[in-house]
Design a protein around this ligand. Structure first.
Ligand code: RB5
Length: 167
């Protein structure tokens, strides 16, 4: 009989996960698509379709942003060379909380405290085996809510150019 810790975690309740990359993130995207298949998570792959042609990361970031914002609770994964371009673009859109994660702790906390709805990875930065673990942690960690939810509300008010008090 297997112990509780060795039992596989139940598949997270994800209707469909939007995934996108540029040419520099393509190789890592293929690894990530494997993990998602292993986890039984339905995927909407929004490109790009290969590593050879140089493409513009903002174009693919916007496709995934639109898919995530299309329905409350949707989440996505973006990959470029460093992860920086994809995070900068994605975080310009109210309602998006994109977290660039290159370690397991950040991946976990981006869910617990920031309710990150987009995971961003750098295909030229993170080792594929670690990236696979990051994805698993990010997909299976819940948001804690409470005071963290209040902070996320402040974030959206700031995006709407309101000036919230600091209490
Ligand atoms: C592409 O060469 C590279 O600039 C892009 O993938 C990303 O790292 C930008 O932030």
């Amino acid at each position: 009989m297997s112990s509780a810790s060795s039992r596989p975690k139940p598949r997270p309740e994800i209707e469909v996960l939007a995934v996108g990359c540029d040419h520099a993130g393509y190789q890592l995207k293929t690894e990530i698509l494997d993990v998602l298949q292993e986890m039984g998570i339905p995927v909407q792959d929004l490109g790009c379709t290969g590593p050879d042609e140089s493409v513009h990361y903002p174009v693919y970031a916007k496709k995934v942003v639109d898919a995530v914002l299309a329905k409350p609770g949707r989440r996505g994964i973006l990959i470029c060379g460093t992860g920086l371009g994809m995070s900068v673009v994605a975080n310009r859109f109210p309602g998006i909380r994109a977290a660039l994660c290159h370690d397991l702790y950040t991946a976990e906390m981006s869910r617990r405290h920031n309710d990150a709805n987009l995971l961003v990875l750098g295909g030229r930065v993170v080792d594929p085996a670690l990236a696979r673990q990051i994805v698993r942690v990010w997909l299976t960690t819940p948001f804690e809510g409470g005071r963290h939810a209040e902070r996320l509300e402040l974030l959206e008010r700031l995006a709407a150019r309101e000036t919230p008090s600091d209490t």
